[in-house]
Design a protein around this ligand. Structure first.
Ligand SMILES: [Zn+2]
Length: 202
């Protein structure tokens, strides 16, 4: 059957609309792991953050100590910050990101890796346990990743989160980011109030 050009145009339009509707319907129904590559691409385009909330619930930034570069066993240097809190205190994601690993290693014990904005990798170590998260999960700032513990080479020390940030150029000191002034809605800075709890959206 011959179809007139205007009708063909309308049919094409309807087909496009149907495809768009299907995409909108399917996106939230895709497994999280299938959406992860898109979120990772989006995050790598974003700028790396200039300040971060403290990723342990209830710990104010004024209680942090800068131990970056401190000597560790086997000639290693401390590549992060230790945030002390009671065992079981929720560990919160400092950034939006995609969980890239939930697992165990010798030094870190039970660890979670999150890829955040600017392709920075956020490392949460010595966890007592994990929240209900897995590889490919998209997290928001303040989402619970796990719980403070002393697994790995922290065994025998008071429970704490070892938090590390790795950029393409290597490890960064998290301390200046965690204690940086947080701009509020009016654009002026509130020093030392980078409390994770303040930024929790869900
Ligand atoms: Zn540490």
């Amino acid at each position: 059957m011959d179809v007139s050009p205007p009708l063909r145009f309308i049919r094409r339009l309807l087909l496009l609309a149907a495809l768009a509707a299907l995409a909108v319907w399917a996106w939230p129904r895709l497994p999280e792991a299938a959406r992860a590559p898109w979120h990772m691409a989006r995050l790598s385009w974003q700028e790396a953050p200039a300040f971060l909330p403290v990723p342990v619930q209830g710990v104010p930034s004024r209680r942090l100590a800068d131990t970056w570069g401190a000597a560790r066993a086997d000639g290693r240097r401390h590549e992060g910050i230790d945030i002390f809190a009671a065992r079981g205190t929720p560990v919160l994601s400092a950034t939006e990101g995609v969980v890239t690993r939930v697992g165990v290693n010798n030094l870190g014990g039970q660890v979670v890796w999150v890829m955040g904005p600017g392709r920075q990798m956020h490392y949460y170590a010595h966890l007592d346990g994990y929240a209900d998260i897995g590889r490919g999960r998209l997290v928001a700032p303040g989402d619970v990743l796990g719980f403070v513990g002393n697994t790995g080479n922290a065994r025998g020390t008071p429970p704490h989160l070892h938090y590390g940030i790795y950029a393409t150029g290597g490890a960064l000191n998290p301390y200046p980011l965690l204690t940086a002034p947080v701009p509020d809605a009016s654009g002026s800075a509130r020093p030392g109030r980078a409390d994770a709890a303040a930024g929790v959206s869900r």
